[in-house]
Ligand binder design. Structure first.
Ligand code: RP5
Length: 166
């Protein structure tokens, strides 16, 4: 285990997924949770995926956020190779609006769990929040920062609707 390993790994199947997965990174930044982001493709770099997933726990990672689109096998394959909690983010695909990604990630057989989030940005943000909630179980300071984040979100919602400005 490397002493300076961040608790969260954000992995994605392609550079093109970063636009979506950056929302997970930004959310972890806002919560003061460190992470490492890597491109790990189940299809194009299977050896890299295998090595990452088999070594992730020993490296010191505690939670994996995995985003992929289309034939999105990455979260499930990583969950089959690593005992760490895996949160899957279906990236919105061009041809099927991310439904293909969602079904690829969510329909895991019993015994290999992937916590599947919503398609696109909402899923990436919520995957980060889920990761933070897991880590906060053993980190009181992070739990406080999460409480503040939730309070800020509540405070940002107006009580009454306003007319949209043209
Ligand atoms: C998947 O194929 C990736 O996760 C990505 O969402 C999708 C398309 O990849 P690119 O062709 O844009 O590299 O493996």
């Amino acid at each position: 285990m490397t002493a300076d390993c961040p608790p969260v790994a954000i992995i994605m199947g392609s550079q093109s997924d970063w636009e979506t997965m950056k929302n997970a990174a930004d959310t972890l930044d806002a919560l003061g949770v460190s992470y490492e982001a890597r491109i790990v493709s189940a299809h194009r770099t299977p050896d890299r995926m295998y090595a990452f997933a088999k070594g992730a726990r020993d490296e010191g990672f505690q939670v994996i956020i995995a985003g992929a689109g289309g034939a999105a096998h990455l979260p499930g394959m990583v969950a089959s190779l690593s005992p760490l909690p895996v949160f899957g983010v279906p990236v919105q695909s061009k041809s099927m609006s991310g439904l293909d990604s969602l079904y690829s990630i969510v329909q895991m057989p019993a015994g290999i769990p992937v916590g599947t989030l919503a398609i696109g940005r909402a899923g990436a943000v919520n995957a980060a929040l889920m990761a933070a909630r897991v880590l906060a179980l053993h980190d009181d300071e992070l739990a406080d920062r999460l409480d503040e984040w939730i309070a800020r979100q509540a405070g940002s919602v107006a009580e009454y609707p306003m007319d949209e400005t043209p």
